[in-house]
Design a binder for this molecule. Structure first.
Ligand SMILES: [Zn+2]
Length: 376
C-alpha cells in the first residue's frame, strides 16, 4: 500500500474519466459514489453490507460528529474508522455546508463561523484551522477545505465576495493541514453559476495546490439544467491529473451527466434517505413501494439486481414491511438503492475503459424511460 494518496487516470472517453485513487487504506475506483455515513453510520446498513455493494469509500459529516459524540471522543476511541468499523477510506466534509443549513444563530466573520448546535443549543466555532483539526482527530483520509457556499439565488457581487473569502479560507486550510503523508486535502471551487468567477476560483486553488479538487456550490436547488451548464466548463478548469469531486450529487441521471462532464467522485444521502421513505431507484426508473399495486405482486423489485431485497423478497413482502413500519423495510430498500447506485458506477467505469460510454448512456436513459414493469 502506498504511503501517500495518488491518482492514476487510466482511461478517458469523451470527457468521462476512469481511474484509481490509491490510499494507505485501500483503492478507490473512479468514477466513485460515496454513501453518506452522517453520524458514523450509513443509516440502516452494516458497514460490511455497504462494502458488499461495491463502495470503496464513505463520507462522514464533520458538523454532526463534532457535536455528537465529538471529534475528541472519537480520537480517544481510536479514530473514526475503528469507531464505526469501516477500515477503508473515509472522506469528511468541512462542516461549513451543514453549519449553514442546520445550525442556529450563525455569525460569520473573516475568521470563521460561530453557531449554536441543533442538538443541544451549545455554542461552537468553526474556522479553517478548527475544521482541519477536527478532520485530523477523526482520522479522515480525504479532508475537505473549510469554505462558504452562498445560498442561491445571489447577486454576482455576493457570489464573488463569498468565493474570495472561501479562497482565503482555502489557503488557511492548506497551511493548517500541513504535511500529512497518507492523507489528502481537497480544495473546493466556488463561483456560483458564473463562468469568470469559477475560473478565478480554479486559478487560486491551482496556485495553492491540492491533492484533489471539488466543484462546490452546486446541487443547492439550482436544478439539473443550471448544474449541467456549469459542469460543461467548470471541471475543465481543474487539473486533469487530480480527482474531481462533485459534492452532494445526486439522482442517478445527475450522476451519469456529471461523469460525462469529467467528474470522478460524488456523494449523496439520496439512496439511503429514499430507501427509508419507500422510494426505490431501478434500471426502469423510480418505484414507489407505497403504491397499492405491489401488495399482491410476487415478483422482485428489479430482476436484474443482485441485492438481497431483489434476490430474496417479493414486492408484496417489501410492501407489507413498509406498511407495517418494520425496520427491515428501511434496511432492504436502502440496500437495494445503494446496490443500484454502485452498479451504475461499475457500469460507467467498465464502459469508459472500453470506449463505449456513449452507448452505455443511451441504454441507461432508455431503460429508465421505460418506467416500471406493468402491474399484474
Ligand atoms: Zn436490488
Amino acid at each position: 500500500m502506498p504511503s501517500k494518496v495518488t491518482f492514476d487516470l487510466q482511461a478517458t472517453d469523451g470527457k468521462a474519466r476512469t481511474g484509481v485513487i490509491s490510499t494507505p487504506r485501500g483503492e478507490i475506483r473512479t468514477p466513485a459514489f460515496m454513501p453518506v455515513g452522517t453520524a458514523a453510520t450509513v443509516k440502516a446498513m452494516m458497514p460490511e453490507s455497504v462494502r458488499s455493494t461495491g463502495a470503496d469509500i464513505l463520507l462522514g459529516n464533520t458538523y454532526h460528529l463534532m457535536l455528537r459524540p465529538t471529534a475528541e471522543r472519537i480520537d480517544r476511541l481510536g479514530g473514526l474508522h475503528k469507531f464505526m468499523n469501516w477500515e477503508r477510506p473515509i472522506l469528511t466534509d468541512s462542516g461549513g455546508f451543514q453549519v449553514m443549513s442546520l445550525a442556529g444563530l450563525r455569525k460569520m466573520t473573516e475568521h470563521g463561523v460561530t453557531f449554536k448546535s441543533h442538538v443541544d443549543g451549545s455554542k461552537h466555532e468553526l474556522t479553517p484551522e478548527r475544521s482541519m483539526e477536527i478532520q485530523k482527530l477523526l482520522g479522515s483520509d480525504i479532508v475537505m477545505c473549510f469554505d462558504e457556499c452562498p445560498a442561491l439565488p445571489a447577486s454576482d457581487a455576493e457570489v464573488a465576495e463569498s468565493m474570495r473569502m472561501s479562497m482565503r479560507w482555502a489557503a488557511r486550510s492548506r497551511d493548517a493541514f500541513g504535511d500529512r503523508p497518507g492523507h489528502a486535502l481537497f480544495g473546493i471551487q466556488q463561483g456560483g453559476v458564473t463562468h469568470d468567477l469559477r475560473a478565478e476560483s480554479a486559478e487560486k486553488l491551482r496556485e495553492i495546490e491540492f491533492d484533489g479538487y471539488a466543484v462546490g456550490g452546486l446541487a443547492v436547488g439550482e436544478g439539473q439544467e443550471a448544474m449541467f451548464n456549469v459542469l460543461d466548463y467548470a471541471p475543465d478548469m481543474l487539473p486533469t491529473d487530480k480527482p474531481r469531486y462533485l459534492m452532494g450529487v445526486g439522482k442517478p441521471d445527475d450522476i451519469v451527466g456529471a461523469v460525462a462532464r469529467g467528474i470522478d467522485m460524488m456523494d449523496c444521502v439520496l439512496p439511503s434517505r429514499s430507501g427509508r421513505t419507500g422510494q426505490v431507484y431501478t434500471r426502469q426508473g423510480v418505484v414507489n413501494i407505497k403504491n397499492a399495486r405491489h401488495i399482491d405482486d410476487p415478483r422482485p423489485l428489479d430482476e436484474n439486481c443482485a441485492c438481497p431485497a431483489c434476490r430474496n423478497y417479493s414486492r408484496a413482502y417489501l410492501s407489507h414491511v413498509f406498511r407495517s413500519n418494520e425496520m427491515i423495510s428501511g434496511m432492504l430498500l436502502t440496500w437495494h438503492n445503494l446496490q443500484y447506485f454502485q452498479d451504475i458506477m461499475a457500469g460507467m467505469r467498465e464502459a469508459i475503459a472500453a470506449g463505449t460510454f456513449a452507448a452505455w448512456q443511451s441504454d441507461f436513459h432508455s431503460g429508465r424511460a421505460q418506467g416500471d414493469i406493468d402491474p399484474l
